[in-house]
Design a protein around this ligand. Structure first.
Ligand code: NI
Length: 177
């Protein structure tokens, strides 16, 4: 198992656009496994490679309650979208922050799986939200970017405060390995 470091908002590396995966080889499969381990350990429902500072179009998702339905999306493309829904979103890169975002109610995507096979998937409700949220990460977009400037400023201040606190804490306590 390997746990990757998740970038925190407003880290500028979250704003990089990811490049398509040229071939689904062992290095990509290793990345998928490490991303899945990281997502499960952090109790997230989705993680994009951008969030672990790998700028390739790779996403892992698991919205199942039992946490045993891993969905891997490589080079995902939305081919159809329909309707509108609003839901509270959170993000592993913006811990403790949740807000309402508008998304398509239903999306149809094409992607490659971890064995390199091409597939189509129709997603609705929460899975559709999750796919759109993670695909935004690959474009260098964070859900916070949809909120008002005032909210964005507040979140930035809050994240900076959290960062200062964690730096202070690690200076007082010896590191735990
Ligand atoms: Ni996110």
């Amino acid at each position: 198992m390997a746990y990757l470091t998740i970038l925190s908002y407003p880290d500028p590396r979250l704003y990089r656009k990811a490049a398509p995966v040229q071939s689904v080889d062992d290095s990509v499969r290793a990345l998928v496994r490490d991303m899945a381990d990281t997502m499960y350990a952090a109790r997230g429902v989705g993680l994009a490679a951008t969030q672990v500072d790998v700028h390739k179009r790779v996403i892992v998702i698991d919205i199942s309650e039992a946490r045993d339905h891993l969905l891997t999306l490589i080079n995902p493309v939305i081919v159809e979208k329909e309707g509108t829904q609003y839901s509270e979103e959170g993000c592993l890169s913006v811990p403790g922050v949740y807000d309402r975002v508008e998304r398509a109610q239903r999306v149809k995507i094409q992607a490659l799986g971890s064995t390199g096979e091409s597939f189509e998937l129709v997603a609705e409700q929460m899975l559709a939200v999750c796919i759109q949220h993670e695909m935004d990460h690959l474009e260098g977009k964070v859900f916070v970017d949809y909120l008002s400037r005032l909210k964005q400023a507040r979140i930035r201040a809050r994240m900076e405060k959290q960062l200062r606190k964690s730096v202070k804490t690690s200076a007082i306590h010896p590191p735990i390995f």
